[in-house]
Design a protein around this ligand. Structure first.
Ligand code: BDR
Ligand code: CA
Length: 313
């Protein structure tokens, strides 16, 4: 099968960085058309820079990186330096990127790509707030039916929230954008905290990256070491969830994951539960299913895939 054409929409973030590396290490499965940066974990000037740092680390200065929206559609930006550090990619020191940022705005790139590629052949992979994707859909509704699938990281049902008691970060930052995407009618695969909290690093999993003997392997080990301390303190878990790579792993091997095709709506009104993904897991409403909401993964298989692909870089 031809590799799947995707655009990664991202706010790197250590776990975003690992997702990008997983895609770059999998050229037989993934054809990365471009990376679009959005404001999220840290402001846009840092996320677009971090995306280029990650591409350079992988020796892929040919990847096109675009800067997109610098603020959510209707709200002030909320960031997550408390998790990812001041740069968004705290941990190992990496040089400033030399590869250029593309002149085109990320939203225009998304629109142009979906119009130029044959309909139904491009998958969007958002692993940050959904601002760029929703802005593209609002500006050019003709592209919506042309999207093959959206495989995103965001939301939670059983795990409820991480940035507030009721909401997961990516959805909370731009709930209006999330609502547009969830109501778009595009086939959605959602990786909520329910599954990503099962994709935990452990000492031996991080050692597997460190022991690769490659620069990329060492960087991934150091990033996950850094990223880990926050969740270990917060949840008392053995390691940290590698949220965002779940999306790319799903595209490569969907059998590692299981979930339910259900209705998911986004709370945009209540101050208390803003950004909540109201997931009808138990199918107690008559609302129309709009998302494959993932609940579980084969964690060993996931880390085996991740280690194998990262070792190729
Ligand atoms: C999500 O928020 C970010 O901090 C991570 O990169 C991930 O995309 C997890 O809630
Ligand atoms: Ca992210």
């Amino acid at each position: 099968m031809a590799p799947r054409k995707i655009i990664i929409d991202t706010d790197p973030g250590q776990d975003d960085a690992v997702a990008i590396l997983l895609a770059l290490g999998s050229p037989d499965d993934i054809d990365l058309l471009g990376i679009t940066a959005v404001a999220g974990n840290v402001p846009l000037p840092l996320t677009q820079k971090n995306a280029r740092i990650v591409c350079e680390l992988a020796g892929r200065t040919d990847v096109k990186v675009f800067a997109g929206c610098d603020a959510p559609m209707k709200r002030k930006l909320v960031t997550a330096e408390h998790v990812h550090g001041k740069t968004g990619l705290d941990g190992p020191q990496l040089p400033d990127p030399k590869m250029p940022l593309q002149d085109q705005h990320a939203v225009d790139f998304i629109i142009e790509t979906l119009r130029n590629e044959p309909s139904g052949t491009v998958t969007l992979c958002p692993i940050g707030p959904l601002t760029n994707i929703a802005t593209a859909f609002e500006r050019a509704p003709d592209i919506i039916p042309r999207v093959q699938e959206i495989v995103l990281m965001g939301g939670a049902y059983f795990e409820v929230g991480n940035i507030t008691p009721a909401a997961e970060f990516n959805i909370y930052v731009d709930p209006e954008a999330a609502q547009i995407v969830f109501q778009s009618g595009v086939p959605l695969v959602v990786m909520p905290l329910d599954v990503t909290h099962k994709a935990l690093t452990t000492k031996s999993r991080i050692d597997a990256f460190r022991n690769m003997g490659t620069h990329v392997g060492t960087m991934v080990a150091e990033w996950t070491d850094f990223f880990e301390r926050f969740d270990m303190e917060k949840y008392g878990s053995e390691g940290a969830p590698l949220h965002d790579p779940c999306t790319i792993a799903y595209l490569i091997d969907p059998h590692l994951f299981s979930g339910r095709y259900i209705n998911v709506e986004i709370e945009t009104q209540s101050e208390l539960t803003l950004g909540m993904t109201v997931a009808d897991w138990w199918r107690v409403t008559g609302r129309k299913p709009n998302a494959l909401f993932i609940g579980d993964l084969h964690a060993e298989g996931f880390y085996r895939l991740l280690t194998d692909r990262i070792s190729r870089l």
